[in-house]
Design a protein. Structure first.
Lengths: 392, 219
C-alpha cells in the first residue's frame, strides 16, 4: 500500500489508524475501536467479514477477510475432464452462471482449434446477456435494501424470475444451466422461445425504467452515493478492477468490444457505458445502463439469429492438445477468465481462474480508508461482489 | 472446424505484439529470457527472476500495460497421484513426475506467472518467471497494488515467498495449516479415500472406437 497514491483524507485516516493502534485519537483523545461487519450480515452478500478499525464514526483501517466459501476449484479442475469442469465453474458466480462457462469453453476450444457454429455463438451470447440481466437486475434491487428501501428488491426478484424462466425453458436449469459444450451447445432453442424472450426483454426494460425513477432519481439514494467511495482511474487499473467498476471510473474498456472472440458481440452495435465520477453512484448507474443495454443486445441478436447447426464436429472423447490459452470475457461482475494449461490429457494440467470479484474487493482496504461507517455499506454494495466469485 | 469468420492470424495486432517485444528487450535487456508471440492471438514473456519487479515496472510505465489482471503460479511437476482415479485399495501406481515446462520454457519446478493488459491498445501479455530453490520472488505490490492479494493467495497455495510484500498472511487457509494445496504433490484427499465415480463419463460407448474421431483428435 505504501507506493499507492493516497488522497489527503486517506493520509489523515492513515495517521489516525496509527493512533487507533495505540487506541487513542489524536484530536479528540478518544479510544479507537474495532468493528466487525459480518461474516453474517445482510449487507455483505454472503459470508464476507470486514474488519474495520474506527476512529469515532470514521473508518481508519479496513480489511476484508474472505475465505468462508473457498471450495478449491483450481485444485478440483486438475482431477476432472474438460466437459466435467463446466459443472464446477457454473458455481463461481452463481447469479450469472452461464457466463462462467463461456470463457472456459472458449479457452478449451482455442486450444483445440475449433470454433462453435455461428448459431451457437449467437445463442451463447444471448444466454450470456440473459445471465447478465438476471445477475445485475438483482443487484439493482438489492441496492435499495442496502440503503433502507425495501420495495426495489421485490421488483427485482419478480422480474428476474422472467429471465430465469427463460433460461430454464431452454436449458433445464434455472441457476446452473450447464448448457455450454466444447464445440457448441447442448440443444437448440425451444419453440416459441424467441417471442417469449422479446416480451420479457420489454418487461425488463420497464423494470430498468422503474429502477431509474424509483432509486436513481431518489434524493436519499443520491445523497448516500454521490461523491462517496471515489476510486480514481489509476487506482482502478492498478487493482485490476473490471467491469462496471472500472468503467465507472472513466476507463472505456469492455472485453465484449475490445477483443476478438468467437461470440456474436461484434455482429451487432451496442454502447459501452462509462461514467467519469468513479463514486458509488457511478458504479450503480453504469450497471443500470448495462442492464438496459443487455436487453437491447438480446433483442438485436434475436433479430439476426442465423440458422444452422449448434454443434461443431468434436470427438466424443475430448482431449485438448498440449498448450496454454487465456480467454476472458466481460462477465456481469467484470473480467472473468481462465488460464488453461493442457498437457494433451483428458483434463487440464492447471487452470487459473481469474474471477472479477477477487480483484474488485481487493480495493476495499484502499477505498474504505477514511469513510464513515454508514458509507461502508453503500460502497460495498456498489462494488458488487458475489462471495463465490471471490473465494472460488 | 473454424467458421467462415476471418481467421485469427489475419487480425491486426501482430505489429503491436512485435513492437511490445522490442520495447521490452530495450527496457530490460538480457533479463528477457524467452518470448513467444502467437500472431494475432497472444504474447508470452519469460524474464529472469531478479528482473521480475523491474519487468513489472517496465511493462507498466514503458509499455503501457496499465491493467493488472492476475498473478499466480504453476507447479510443473506432474502429480504423483495422477488424476485421482486410482483404486485406493490397490498398490500405488508409479508415475513419471519429470518436470516439463510449457510455453517459453523454464528451469524450475515452480513458475510464477501474471497477466497484464494494455487498455489503450487492447492486448495482453502473460509474463512468467522461474522460482529459484529458496522459493522467493520479488513482490509486485509496489508496481501493481492489486498484486497484494494475488501474492498472498499464491503464497499460501504454493508456498512461494514474495520479497517486499507487506503482509503475507493466509487468505483462505487457517493459520498453521500444513502443506500447500495447489502443489501437485498435495493429495486431493476426497479422491484418496473413495473411488471417483465420474470416470464412467469418459468411457467410450459400446461400438465406438477408442478416442472418437481420429481426424478431430489430431492437433
Amino acid at each position: 500500500m505504501t507506493d499507492t497514491v493516497l488522497g489527503d483524507r486517506q493520509k489523515l485516516a492513515y495517521i489516525a489508524s496509527q493512533a487507533a493502534d495505540a487506541r487513542l485519537n489524536v484530536e479528540l483523545e478518544t479510544e479507537g475501536m474495532t468493528l466487525n461487519i459480518g461474516p453474517q450480515h445482510p449487507a455483505t452478500h454472503g459470508t464476507l467479514r470486514i474488519i474495520c478499525r474506527l476512529d469515532g464514526e470514521q473508518v481508519v483501517w479496513a480489511e476484508p477477510s474472505a475465505g468462508y466459501m473457498h471450495r478449491g476449484y483450481e485444485k478440483l479442475t486438475e482431477v476432472r475432464t474438460f466437459p466435467q469442469i463446466t459443472t464446477l465453474v457454473n458455481r463461481i458466480d452463481w447469479l450469472g452462471s452461464f457466463a462462467n462457462e463461456v470463457p472456459f469453453i472458449l479457452a478449451a476450444e482455442k486450444l483445440m482449434q475449433i470454433e462453435a457454429p455461428l448459431r451457437a455463438q449467437h445463442i451463447r451470447t444471448i444466454f450470456f446477456e440473459l445471465s447478465r440481466i438476471a445477475n445485475v437486475g438483482l443487484f439493482l434491487g438489492d441496492l435499495g435494501v442496502q440503503m433502507g428501501a425495501i420495495t426495489p428488491v421485490f421488483m427485482a426478484f419478480r422480474d428476474r424470475e422472467y429471465v430465469l424462466n427463460l433460461i430454464e425453458s431452454a436449458t433445464g436449469g434455472r441457476f446452473h444451466p450447464n448448457f455450454d459444450r466444447i464445440g457448441g451447445l447442448k440443444d437448440d432453442l425451444p419453440k416459441g422461445w424467441i417471442d417469449e424472450t422479446r416480451q420479457v426483454m420489454r418487461k425488463l426494460r420497464n423494470f430498468c425504467d422503474e429502477m431509474d425513477e424509483l432509486l436513481f432519481g431518489n434524493e436519499i439514494f443520491q445523497s448516500r452515493t454521490r461523491g462517496i467511495g471515489v476510486i480514481p482511474k489509476e487506482i482502478a487499473l492498478q487493482y485490476g478492477l473490471s467491469g462496471p467498476n472500472l468503467r465507472a471510473s472513466g476507463v472505456d474498456y469492455d472485453l465484449r468490444r475490445d477483443q476478438r472472440l468467437p461470440m456474436a458481440w461484434d455482429k451487432i452495435d451496442f454502447k459501452v457505458w462509462t461514467h467519469p465520477d468513479g463514486d458509488s453512484f457511478a458504479r450503480c448507474w453504469v450497471r443500470l445502463q448495462e442492464t438496459r443495454e443487455a436487453t437491447l443486445i438480446v433483442d438485436r441478436l434475436l433479430d439476426t439469429l442465423p440458422a444452422g447447426p449448434i454443434m461443431a464436429k468434436v470427438p466424443r472423447i475430448i482431449k485438448v492438445p498440449e498448450g496454454e490459452a487465456w480467454v476472458s470475457t466481460e462477465n456481469p461482475l467484470g473480467e472473468m477468465g481462465y488460464y488453461i494449461v493442457s498437457k494433451g490429457d483428458l483434463g487440464p494440467f492447471r487452470v487459473k481462474i481469474r474471477s472479477a470479484s477477487f480483484n474488485n474487493i481487493s480495493v476495499v482496504p484502499w477505498v474504505l480508508r477514511g469513510v464513515y461507517v454508514p458509507d461502508v455499506i453503500t460502497i460495498l454494495a456498489s462494488l458488487y461482489f458475489i462471495l463465490g466469485d471471490i473465494d472460488r | 472446424m473454424s467458421s467462415p469468420e476471418a481467421p485469427v492470424a489475419e487480425l491486426p495486432g501482430d505489429a503491436l505484439r512485435e513492437r511490445a517485444v522490442d520495447d521490452m528487450r530495450r527496457a530490460i535487456g538480457d533479463s528477457l529470457v524467452d518470448v513467444l508471440v502467437k500472431p494475432g492471438d497472444d504474447l508470452w514473456f519469460r524474464v529472469a527472476t531478479d528482473a521480475w519487479r523491474a519487468a513489472g515496472l517496465a511493462l507498466r510505465d514503458q509499455l503501457g500495460f496499465d491493467y493488472f489482471c492476475f498473478l499466480s503460479a504453476i507447479d510443473w511437476m506432474p502429480s504423483p497421484y495422477g488424476r485421482g482415479e486410482d483404486d485406493p485399495t490397490a498398490p500405488p501406481v508409479e508415475r513419471d513426475t519429470a518436470v516439463r515446462q510449457g510455453y517459453t520454457g523454464g528451469e524450475t519446478r515452480f513458475q510464477v506467472f501474471a497477466r497484464l493488459t494494455n487498455t489503450t491498445s487492447h492486448f495482453g501479455v502473460t509474463i512468467k518467471t522461474d522460482v529459484p530453490d529458496d522459493l522467493t520472488v520479488p513482490s509486485w505490490v509496489s508496481a501493481y497494488a492489486g498484486a497484494n492479494w494475488h501474492e498472498r493467495e499464491t503464497h499460501e497455495m504454493f508456498g512461494i515467498n514474495f520479497a517486499g510484500h507487506p503482509d503475507l498472511r493466509n487468505m483462505y487457509l487457517p493459520t498453521g495449516f500444513e502443506g500447500y494445496p495447489l502443489r501437485k504433490d498435495f493429495p486431493l484427499l476426497a479422491r484418496m479415500v473413495k473411488p471417483w465415480p465420474g470416470i464412467v463419463d469418459v468411457e467410450p460407448l459400446p461400438g465406438e472406437p477408442e478416442g472418437g474421431d481420429a481426424e478431430e483428435n489430431a492437433e
